[in-house]
Design a protein. Structure first.
Length: 297
């Protein structure tokens, strides 16, 4: 089964579930597919959807530790990780937003470079994925999307058994970590990123206060504009909404043949020209050509 089919099955196999826990997501994917689970939990860092804190870093780090330990199948994760939850709407938007990319990649990916699945290779990849998960949790790195993209590419390559894709993701992950470790841990860099984070928080807080003030004055449109987020546009999309059912052919208006209208007009014209006979009255020809007296009986 391809990776896209597995991700789509997370939703279709749980049609009545409104809130997904990490445990349910892992069970839906299967314990024999830890690579697909890694890919699944990297998606919320790539798609701007509202997700709870830790839904990316904690499951990804735990799954990477399983690979680092040399385990081929997923075992029990800590309870505080498996009980993290995400809404169905958020999960559906995240999955369906990435499905076209995954399906396009599946047409290119193919099993090759089998040495990538050697236990030593998998342990090394697990260590890299764990470091990437830690880097995503580092709030001042500024490269969280690049880290998550590296995890996504590596996981997709492992799931499709394509060593070239795995190597591409490993190279991207090493480069992203090198950038963080070279420029992200100096005193000057930390001070600069801390100032940027404080400014961003103050700006967000100021917008919320101003929006509340505008809301109290009755300017609801201005309040919505001040609190506008691109996430709101994405979350207005409902990928699970069924497509409209086309109308049955029998309910559509049947189009009359071209000569039907002509025949109808001809019939009305012929009837209008017929003579009208009323007892006790003279016979009148509707053409006005002739009026005669009817013989009395």
């Amino acid at each position: 089964m391809r990776t896209s089919e597995v991700l789509r099955g997370v939703l279709t196999n749980n049609p009545n579930v409104k809130t997904f826990s990490v445990e349910r997501i892992l069970a839906s994917i299967g314990t024999e597919r830890p690579e697909t689970s890694l890919l699944m939990f990297s998606i919320p860092a790539l798609v701007p959807v509202p997700s709870p804190r830790g839904i990316v870093t904690l499951p990804t780090g735990a799954l990477a530790c399983h690979m680092l330990a040399g385990k081929q199948h997923l075992t029990t994760l800590p309870h505080f990780i498996t009980q993290l939850t995400v809404s169905r709407k958020t999960l559906a938007v995240a999955i369906h937003a990435m499905l076209p990319i995954i399906e396009a990649a599946e047409r290119i990916l193919r099993p090759r470079w089998g040495w990538i699945n050697h236990h030593i290779s998998r342990r090394a990849i697990g260590l890299l994925l764990f470091l990437l998960a830690v880097a995503i949790a580092y709030p001042l790195s500024g490269f969280s999307v690049l880290h998550a993209l590296s995890i996504f590419v590596v996981s997709l390559g492992l799931a499709e058994q394509d060593g070239a894709a795995v190597l591409l993701g490993v190279v991207a992950g090493v480069i992203s970590l090198a950038i963080v470790f070279s420029a992200g841990f100096t005193a000057r860099a930390l001070r600069s990123k801390l100032v940027q984070a404080v400014r961003k928080f103050a700006k967000k807080l100021g917008k919320q206060v101003l929006a509340q003030f505008a809301q109290d004055l009755g300017y609801r449109g201005l309040a919505r504009l001040l609190t506008f987020k691109w996430t709101d546009i994405l979350m207005s999309w409902d990928p699970e909404r069924p497509a409209p059912v086309p109308a049955h052919p029998s309910t559509r208006l049947r189009r009359l043949p071209a000569d039907h209208t002509f025949q109808s007009h001809a019939l009305l014209l012929r009837r209008s020209r017929e003579a009208i006979q009323i007892p006790g009255m003279p016979r009148v020809d509707q053409t006005g050509a002739r009026v005669g007296e009817q013989a009395r009986v």
